[in-house]
Design a protein around this ligand. Structure first.
Ligand code: NDP
Length: 463
C-alpha cells in the first residue's frame, strides 16, 4: 500500500514540530496539521508569554528597591498593560513565524487545519474536507486547561472564569484577581498579577500549595507569598461564581463571598483527545483521556505514536521535545530509544523562583533512602542595600549511605538558572563530597550549594 506521507504529525507544538522537522531531515515525507497557531502551548499560550509577563511583573520591585542603590525615580512608575500586551504579542508572532519557517525549510507540508482520524492510516482534514494517508502517525495535540472546578462536583459559574488560555488576551488589567489552584500555573500567575499591582487572592483546596514539591520549599513559598502581601486561602474552594454588574462574586466553602474583576482557574489540564476519533484507529485512551503509550511512545496501534502533554507523562516542554527526538530515532532511524526521565529539572516562576532537580526529602524517604539533609537560608546580597526582607532557601537531599546527592532545591532569585547546572551534576551521580570539592564562585547565591558543610539532620525511612 502506498501512502501520501511517511509521517503525519497532528499538532504543531514543541513535540510535534520537533518530530516533524527531524523526521523530514532524516529523509521522510512529512506533513503536519495545526488548527490554531504554530508553536503550541509553550510558545503561544504558555512558557514564553508567561515568562515575559513574569519579567514585566518584576520591574515593580526593582523600582521600589532602586533608591537603596542610590537611584531616585521621579514620579510613580506606571505600567501600561496595552503597550506590554502589544509588545508581547509581536514577540510571540515572531517566534511562531520561526517555527513555521523551520518546518518549511525541512520540507514539511503544513496544513492549517484540524485533523481527525478516519481509519488507522487515514486522517480527515476538517477545513479542507479531504483525506490524507500516512504510514506512521504522531499524536502531539497537547492538553488544555480544565474548567471542571470543585472536588465533588462541577460548580456553577465556571464559565465566567478565565483560564491560562484567555489570560494572555485580557484587554485590561484586572485590579482584583482570584486565582484557583495550587500548582505551577496558579502560583505563577498569582505572582505576576501581584507584581503588576493587582490585589491577588489564591484559593487552594489543600493545606499548602505545590503538592509534590519538597515540604520545606512549600513552606518557604507560602511564607514568602504572605510576606509579599498575597492573600492565600487554604482548604478553600469555590462553591459558586456569579456575575453582578462588572464584578464577579465567588462564594467559597468558608462561607465568604469574594468580589473581584477576574477569576483565573488553574486547576490542572486535560489531554486534547476528545474530538480526534482515535477509536477509529484503535488507539487506546487512559482514564483522563490521555493517549496510552509504551516506553517508546508507541500507542496501542503499532504505527501510531504520541508525545508530549497528550500522553500525560511529564508536562514540560523540554520533555516533549526529548520524547519527539526519541520517537524519530525509534521510528525513522532504526534506533529504538526510550525517553529518559531521570533528573528532569523544573522551576515554578514565582518571584523569587522555586527550582528543583531530583528528589524531595519525602520522596527519597518514601523510596527507602536514609538521607542526610543540608539546608541554608540567607539574605541575598542584592537585597541588603535594596532593603527587601527576603531570604533564599536551599536544600540538598543526600543519600546517607553513598553520599550521592539525590535532590537539589532552591527557592530564591535566579533559582531556575542555577538548577540547570546542578542537573548536570546530579545526572553524573555527583556526591556531596563532589559538591564540597568544587570551588565556590564568589559572590553569588549559587556558591552556597558547594559551601554547605554542616548537616542539618539525618533521617531514615519510616518502618
Ligand atoms: P498542576 O497539576 O500543577 O496543579 C493543579 C492544581 O489544581 C493543584 O494545586 C490541584 O490541587 C488543583 N486542583 C485540581 N483539581 C481541582 C479541583 N477540581 N478543584 C480545585 N482545585 C483543583 O496543574 P497546572 O494547571 O498548574 O499545570 C499543569 C502542568 O503544566 C504542571 O503540572 C506542569 O507540569 C506544567 N507547567 C509547567 C510550568 C513550568 O515549568 N514553569 C508552568 C506551567 C505549567 P491538588 O494539589 O490538591 O491536587
Amino acid at each position: 500500500m502506498t501512502f501520501d506521507y511517511d509521517l503525519f504529525v497532528i499538532g504543531g507544538g514543541s513535540g510535534g514540530v520537533r518530530a516533524a522537522r527531524m523526521a523530514a531531515e532524516a529523509g521522510a515525507r512529512v506533513a503536519l496539521a495545526e488548527e490554531y497557531r504554530m508553536g503550541g502551548t509553550c510558545v503561544i499560550r504558555g512558557c514564553i508569554p508567561k515568562k515575559l509577563m513574569v519579567y514585566a511583573s518584576q520591574f515593580s520591585e526593582n523600582f521600589m528597591d532602586a533608591p537603596g542603590y542610590g537611584w531616585s525615580i521621579s514620579g510613580t512608575p506606571r505600567f501600561d498593560w496595552s503597550a506590554f500586551m502589544a509588545n508581547k504579542d509581536r514577540e510571540i508572532a515572531r517566534l511562531e513565524g520561526l517555527y513555521t519557517q523551520a518546518l518549511q525549510t525541512a520540507g514539511v507540508t503544513i496544513f492549517s487545519d484540524r485533523a481527525i482520524f478516519a481509519d488507522p492510516h487515514t486522517l480527515f482534514l476538517l477545513n479542507d474536507e479531504r483525506k490524507v494517508t500516512a504510514e506512521k502517525i504522531l499524536i502531539a495535540t497537547g492538553n488544555r486547561p480544565t474548567r471542571e472546578m470543585g472536588t465533588t462536583h462541577i460548580i456553577p459559574g465556571g464559565d465566567l472564569c478565565i483560564t491560562s488560555n484567555e489570560v494572555f488576551h485580557l484587554e485590561t488589567m484586572p485590579k482584583r484577581v482570584l486565582v484557583a489552584g495550587g500548582g505551577y500555573i496558579a502560583l505563577e500567575f498569582a505572582h505576576i498579577f501581584h507584581g503588576l499591582g493587582a490585589h491577588v487572592s489564591l484559593v487552594y483546596r489543600g493545606e499548602k500549595p505545590l503538592r509534590g514539591f519538597d515540604d520545606d520549599m512549600r513552606d518557604a513559598v507560602l511564607e514568602s507569598m504572605r510576606a509579599r502581601g498575597l492573600e492565600v486561602l487554604l482548604g478553600c474552594e469555590f462553591t459558586k461564581v456569579q456575575r453582578r454588574g462588572d464584578q464577579l462574586h465567588a462564594e467559597t466553602n468558608h462561607g465568604a463571598v469574594i468580589e473581584c474583576d477576574q477569576i483565573l482557574l488553574a486547576i490542572g489540564r486535560q489531554p486534547n483527545t476528545d474530538a480526534l476519533h482515535v477509536e477509529k484507529a484503535g488507539v487506546e485512551l487512559g482514564m483522563k483521556g490521555e493517549v496510552v503509550v509504551d516506553d517508546y511512545s508507541r500507542t496501542s496501534a503499532a504505527h501510531i505514536y504520541a508525545v508530549g502533554d497528550v500522553t500525560n507523562r511529564v508536562q514540560l516542554t523540554p520533555v516533549a521535545i526529548h520524547e519527539a527526538m526519541c520517537f524519530v530515532e525509534t521510528a525513522f532511524k532504526n534506533n529504538p530509544t526510550k525517553p529518559d526521565y531521570g533528573h528532569v529539572p523544573s522551576a515554578v516562576f514565582t518571584t523569587p523562583e522555586l527550582a528543583v532537580v531530583g528528589m524531595s526529602e519525602e520522596k527519597a524517604l518514601g523510596m527507602g533512602h536514609s538521607v542526610d539533609i543540608y539546608k541554608a537560608s540567607f539574605r541575598p546580597l542584592l537585597h541588603t542595600l535594596g532593603g527587601r526582607p527576603v531570604r533564599t532557601s536551599m536544600k540538598l537531599v543526600v543519600d546517607a549511605k553513598t553520599g550521592q546527592v539525590l535532590g537539589v532545591h532552591i527557592f530564591g532569585d535566579h533559582a531556575a538558572e542555577i538548577i540547570q547546572a546542578a542537573a548536570v551534576a546530579l545526572r553524573l551521580g555527583a556526591t556531596k563530597k563532589d559538591f564540597d570539592r568544587t570551588i565556590a564562585l564568589h559572590p553569588t547565591a549559587a556558591e552556597e550549594l558547594v559551601t554547605m558543610r554542616t548537616k542539618s539532620y539525618s533521617k531514615a525511612p519510616a518502618g
